[in-house]
Design a protein around this ligand. Structure first.
Ligand code: MAN
Length: 434
């Protein structure tokens, strides 16, 4: 009798008392004579007596007396333990796979079967994770070998900058030379025009005019004044017909309109002048061409060279910009995301074709879901795309891609919790962690 009493005392005070609905980790809370209950305590005999004594329901973990206030723990041996609200205890519905939430013989124990499926899934997940981790090592190696060190970057950048400077100097020299040649060419044209004026004045044959004719001309000029052409018509009025032939020649008129004979074809405008004039003009033309052609051909060469250099300069500028932007990009702490740059991943989910290009753009069919946003706050669990196509009466489209570990790169879920705000799940070896 005494031995039995001592044994009961030991069970109560040392432990081993199995309170229904309490996990083995929490059984120690019931190892005294009394249970703390709000500001006071209750005797242990009032635990699970189907009467709710404590305001937080902690005295009834194995009955529904306190409703949903407390939680019932199912051991679910063979599967995984779980909590359910105590309101579901003894409600005739089997919530725990071990059936312990209902009275004896109400629910079958299905934990072995459920556990088998669960274990298979866990084993599969583990295998995927292991393959993913192995692949991640390749991604890391690829990223590390492809990314340049700061030192390499500085050398390359300096090289490109120097080449650009050289190119700029060369282009400036060419521009200067071209400007000088253009000036020279214009000067020649001016000289030619002046020469024509002189020739025209000579052709007026003023020296052959009589005193009376000169007086008449002077009076006319003073009275009527005017431009060169006015002067020409004044002279025409007093000169005999044959002396004004030079002015009426159509080729000369053409020259007066500003056509530059220097750059005309071989057969230009001197065909119809008289013999003497023709010979003189021809000689002039040859002389002029000899003088101006080198300028023209040099200018042509400069322009060809300049456009070639402009092309090279643009390529250099682009290479430098790409180098700078790529170097400043964050590809993850181990460069594990570098491999995904320049690649795109597509998946048809419901009626839409989704495409993401990490470090680039994202699309829903042809609609932009936004441009890449660099990783923020060292958080490498999401990709973000922003400033996509505007939503009708709403925001610009944006996408948040949640990354999970996988052995392949693949979009596998998309949802749109708010109109035009998209979420996606993407599995990738880059997101696997050791
Ligand atoms: C399109 C799609 C949808 C979006 C609506 C908003 O149909 O981009 O995802 O919700 O436009 O008008």
């Amino acid at each position: 009798m005494f031995v039995a009493a001592v044994a009961a005392w030991i069970v109560l005070f040392v432990g081993g008392n199995d309170i229904r609905g309490v996990s083995s980790n929490d059984q120690h809370q019931f190892n005294g004579l009394r249970l703390s209950c709000g500001d006071t305590s209750i005797p242990l005999s009032q635990v699970n007596d189907d009467y709710c004594d404590c305001p937080d329901g902690c005295d009834e973990p194995g009955t529904s007396a306190c409703g949903g206030l407390s939680k019932y723990y199912c051991d679910n041996e063979g599967y995984v333990g779980a909590y359910i609200p105590t309101s579901r205890v003894h409600d005739g519905i089997c919530d725990c796979c071990d059936g312990s939430d209902e009275r004896v013989n109400v629910c079958p124990n299905t934990c072995e079967q459920v556990g088998k499926v669960y274990r298979e899934k866990m084993a599969e997940d583990t295998a995927i994770r292991e393959r993913g981790l192995k692949k991640k090592l390749e991604y890391v190696a690829q990223g590390r070998s492809s990314r340049m060190s700061e030192e390499q970057y500085n050398v390359k950048r300096a090289e490109l900058a120097t080449k650009l400077e050289q190119m700029d100097d060369e282009l400036a020299t060419l521009r200067e030379e071209a400007d000088k040649l253009e000036e020279h060419k214009e000067e020649k044209v001016r000289l030619k025009e002046n020469l024509l004026v002189v020739k025209r004045i000579e052709s007026l044959k003023l020296s052959q005019l009589s005193r009376a004719e000169l007086e008449k001309l002077t009076v006319n000029v003073v009275v009527k004044g005017g431009s060169n052409s006015d002067l020409v018509s004044l002279v025409k009025e007093i000169l005999p017909e044959e002396d004004v032939s030079w002015f009426t020649n159509s080729d000369n008129e053409e020259e007066e309109e500003g056509v530059d004979p220097t750059f005309e074809d071989e057969h230009d405008s001197y065909d119809e002048v008289d013999d003497e004039e023709e010979t003189k003009q021809a000689e002039d033309t040859i002389k002029e061409k000899q003088e101006t052609c080198p300028i023209q051909s040099r200018l042509k060469k400069i322009h060809t060279k300049k456009s070639g250099l402009d092309g090279i300069r643009n390529d250099l500028r682009n290479t430098l910009e790409t180098l700078e932007s790529e170097f400043s990009m964050d590809f993850g702490p181990e460069q594990e995301f570098y491999t995904l740059k320049g690649k795109c991943f597509k998946s048809k989910i419901e009626q839409y074709n989704y495409e993401i290009c990490p470090f680039g753009k994202a699309k829903q069919d042809q609609i932009s879901l936004g441009d890449w946003v660099p990783f923020e706050n060292n958080d490498y669990k999401v990709f973000k795309f922003q400033h996509g196509a505007s939503c009708w009466n709403g925001p610009k489209r944006s996408l948040t891609v949640h990354l999970t570990c996988g052995d392949i790169d693949e979009i596998f879920e998309v949802w749109e919790p708010e109109t035009c705000t998209y979420h996606m799940k993407f599995r990738t070896p880059a997101a696997c962690v050791f």
